[in-house]
Ligand binder design. Structure first.
Ligand code: NAD
Length: 290
């Protein structure tokens, strides 16, 4: 099923290839990115000069923006568009659950439906269309959206009906991912001190009980090769973990490991290596280890 014209705002590492897959599935798109639309939009897509212009031409608008405050601001610009036809906003940004609820409530006052739908799988998953997408919205809206989501996210899941539940799922996932990266870096640094070869550690642990996504994906593809090119910035990993810890505090949920991970690892790495890819955690761990 295709919708008349879809909007896509935020064409970065994730949004750029997601928009390409949405267009490749036969959907007409109008796109906007504040850093320059023409060089980021898929071939054949219309280029808007503002979020408001997208709101005036598309009934369903996807957002894939750096963080919740920016997504909320852009949602406000969609609402304020004088001749808007937008009726649904699908937010692929990773925001906090509270930020997603705030955006939902703001849009609801203008009669615009909202689905929080953050993604996991990195830039390579975005290019391949194999992302996981964690969608929270009504059953009816999920049914309408699913054919649009699947070309971008083969692993789309309807995780809940309450706004913010998709974001909560994403944040708990990224806590686990950030922990796997940090723990695996320490374990491999230990192995190296014992004279074990990194490739051998990866090969062995990947078929043993310590296996995780860092061992099966990030280390063999991005760290062993020293390409450090996952496309997921340390600043975004740290943002996600901060949101997770903040939510834990609000809910008085257990957070001993996540607070330590934020303060001792990712927060420190952001200070030392502010422009790094998150796979640079291994050289960061080696440096901090000395
Ligand atoms: P990015 O920084 O590469 O892209 C964000 C894009 O938004 C940029 O092109 C920027 O110019 C644009 N933008 C910023 N403000 C804007 C505005 N006001 N109006 C229009 N465009 C604006 O980020 P990304 O890596 O694509 O991540 C996007 C979201 O997806 C983030 O919330 C991130 O946490 C999440 N995410 C990223 C990854 C990853 O591996 N990169 C994986 C899963 C989820």
């Amino acid at each position: 099923m295709t919708e008349a014209m879809l909007g896509f705002i935020g064409l970065g590492n994730m949004g750029g290839p997601m928009a390409v897959n949405l267009a490749a599935a036969g959907n007409a798109l109008i796109c906007y990115d504040a850093s320059g639309t023409a060089e980021r939009a898929p071939d054949g897509a219309q280029h808007a000069s503002s979020a408001a212009e997208v709101a005036e031409k598309a009934a369903i608008v996807f957002l894939c923006l750096p963080d919740g405050p920016i997504a909320n601001k852009v949602a406000g610009e969609l609402m304020a568009a004088p001749a808007r036809i937008v009726e649904v906003v699908v937010d692929n940004t990773t925001s906090g659950a509270g930020e997603a609820r705030a955006t939902h409530d703001m849009l609801a006052e203008a009669g615009i439906a909202y689905a929080d739908a953050p993604v996991s799988g990195g830039a390579s998953g975005a290019r391949a269309g194999t992302l996981a997408m964690m969608v929270a919205t009504s059953d009816a809206l999920y049914t309408r959206l699913e054919p649009l989501l699947l070309p971008m996210a083969k692993n789309a899941r309807h995780v809940g009906r309450e706004p913010g539940q998709g974001m909560a799922m994403k944040l708990l996932n990224n806590f686990l991912s950030g922990m796997a990266m940090a723990a695996t870096s320490e374990a491999i640094a230990f192995g190296a001190r014992q004279g074990l070869d990194m490739a051998t550690i990866i090969d062995t642990v990947s078929v043993s009980s310590g296996t995780n996504t860092a061992i099966t994906d990030k280390f063999p593809k991005r760290i062993l090769s020293e390409s450090f090119d996952s496309g997921f910035a340390t600043r975004l990993m740290t943002k996600d973990l901060q949101l997770y810890v903040d939510s834990c505090k609000q809910l008085d949920a257990p957070r001993r490991l996540s607070e330590t991970l934020l303060e001792q690892v990712w927060g420190q790495m952001l200070v030392d290596m502010p422009a790094s890819d998150f796979t640079e955690i291994y050289p960061f761990t080696l440096t901090r280890d000395k």
